[in-house]
Unconditional design. Structure first.
Length: 109
């Protein structure tokens, strides 16, 4: 959760988080974060740097965000694909713990 409002701008700025600390959110420089997921100001930003001790990170934001808005670190798959990028999956059948039942696992290659 953001503890202070953030105003959109072209330069990296510090976003202050609450309670868990930036490191506990799994934030690392180069990773991505959703700001206000599902809200009117939802956006996806790249983390420029992390200050875990001060529970903050730096990013460039393109929308205004109010204190109290949620943040959500992203996990694979990163939803940013560019024209020409290759994305391939292998779909493998694996044994299910329930006999007579199939389980399919998708593995990125």
């Amino acid at each position: 959760m953001l503890t202070a409002a953030v105003t959109a701008g072209p330069d990296p700025q510090t976003l202050q988080t609450a309670s868990y600390g930036a490191n506990r959110l799994g934030l690392v420089a180069g990773s991505f974060v959703f700001l206000d997921p599902g809200g009117a100001n939802e956006e996806y930003v790249r983390v420029m740097s992390v200050d875990a001790e001060n529970q903050s990170f730096q990013a460039v934001v393109t929308k205004d965000h109010a204190a109290g808005e949620r943040i959500r670190p992203t996990i694979w798959p990163t939803p940013v694909l560019y024209e020409g990028d290759d994305l391939a999956f292998d779909i493998l059948a694996v044994a299910s713990p329930d006999s007579g039942s199939d389980l399919t696992v998708v593995i990125q290659t």
